[in-house]
Write a protein that binds this ligand. Structure first.
Ligand code: PLP
Length: 399
């Protein structure tokens, strides 16, 4: 019996890809980002689910993940988003991964290798991460064109300020700069067959600006990039988009203790019982990606009831108050993230408590924790019909 595990609903992953397919139409390539262990959802199985749902490409951070996917028998196009160490360049080429390119040195090394490779040039439009100014891009494109073994398959850029705000002037300016850069490359004789700029937020908000490909990450996992994106989507008339979160994170009650009134719980004596309490010990901690910032703030769900954290999150354990939950037993399931009965704990709630974003919450769930694949939910099933509950101000919970 596992004491700490994740259940990943592959049906939800598939459904989310289909949602993006409907939004983008049949002609836009859907590239799904499976970096960071598929945002914590498990690299290989999530990649397979996305492809089953109709994803065209997979995006990884490094050549290691590209090789892992190839070894698993996945032959879909793979695009490496991150830097590639010189020592890994040959493996990257071997895996037939597309690669982002943003300097001449990498192109020169690839020319030396002499093997065919498809490259995507990253343009600087305002993120100041990876991109190169247009003049340098033209120079790199010329090197690629003259190489004989390399192909400039695509041109990309990345939004800096689209999900963090409902004011999209900065993003619109990036879009304009991207267009300008593509025009200059095309004028110089580089055809640039695949242009791609959109992440989840842009794909949700501006499906008409998808170019030839979108790179969708967080929302393929059923999570909105931010509240702002959700508001902007609603304002743009796309409030009906129904993303399906796929990840549930669970543990079990390992011990139940009776703690008298006036006793401290946990390191630093940050919590004192105000009455005789029952405290359950649950084997998850910051080592597992359960953020220490959740100390004394978060709650978990046991038997469908909220149990608040008491004291600090330890390396491998937390303590929760189960005084008011009847019949709790050692071995009972504990939902750390996800749904239990009528209640749910969202990645957004955990993010708010820990002062971070939902991306970090799921991406940091430890790779050592088993991911159990389930297909619980087709979207029509009653399980998925989540009733609207008016938010209660003190509970900080969103659905
Ligand atoms: C991670 C990543 C994406 C996906 O972003 P989301 O906000 O998760 O959709 C797209 N493009 C690049 C370059 C990325 O690194």
């Amino acid at each position: 019996m596992e004491l700490l595990w994740c259940e990943i609903d592959d049906a939800a992953l598939i459904e989310n890809v289909r949602t993006f397919r409907t939004l983008q139409g049949p002609n836009v390539r859907l590239a799904v980002a499976v970096k960071a262990n598929a945002y914590g959802h498990g690299l290989i199985d999530s990649a397979r689910a996305f492809l089953e749902g109709g994803a065209d490409w997979l995006c990884v951070h490094d050549s290691r993940d590209a090789t892992i996917l190839r070894t698993a028998g996945i032959d879909a196009p793979i695009y490496i988003l991150g830097p590639i160490a010189t020592s890994d360049l040959e493996a990257a080429v071997e895996s037939e991964a597309r690669m982002v390119v943003y300097d001449q040195a990498m192109v020169l090394r690839l020319i030396q290798l002499g093997r065919p490779a498809k490259l995507h040039l990253k343009i600087e439009t305002g993120n100041n991460r990876q991109g190169v100014p247009v003049d340098e891009a033209l120079e790199i494109a010329r090197l690629i064109a003259e190489s004989g073994n390399l192909e400039l398959e695509g041109v990309s850029s990345h939004f800096a300020n689209i999900e963090d705000t409902t004011d999209h002037r900065y993003a619109r300016n990036q879009l304009a700069l991207f267009d300008e850069a593509v025009d200059r490359l095309r004028d110089a004789g580089h055809p640039v067959p695949i242009r791609h700029l959109s992440n989840s937020a842009a794909a949700l908000l501006w499906p008409d600006q998808a170019f030839e490909m979108v790179r969708v990450g967080i929302s393929a996992y059923g999570l909105w990039p931010s509240k702002e994106t959700r508001v902007a989507a609603a304002l743009a008339g796309r409030g009906e988009i129904n993303l399906q979160p796929a990840l549930t994170w669970k543990s079990r009650v390992a011990q139940i203790k009776d703690v008298p009134e006036g006793q401290y719980v946990g390191y630093g004596c940050t919590f004192m019982t105000t009455h005789a309490s029952r405290v359950a010990v649950v084997p998850v901690g910051y080592y597992d990606g359960y953020d220490r910032g959740l100390s004394n703030l978060a709650h978990v769900l046991i038997r469908g009831v909220r149990a608040p954290l008491r004291g600090r999150v330890c390396m491998n354990l937390i303590m929760v108050d189960v005084t008011d939950i009847s019949d709790v037993e050692v071995g009972d399931e504990v939902v750390l993230l996800g749904r239990s009965g009528e209640h749910s704990i969202s990645a957004e709630s955990l993010a708010d408590w820990a002062a971070t974003i939902n991306y970090e919450v799921v991406a940091r769930i430890g790779g050592h924790i088993p991911r159990i694949r389930v297909r619980a939910s087709d979207p029509g099933s009653p399980e998925r019909q989540i009733p609207y509950r008016a938010p209660k101000p003190t509970q900080g919970e969103s659905s």
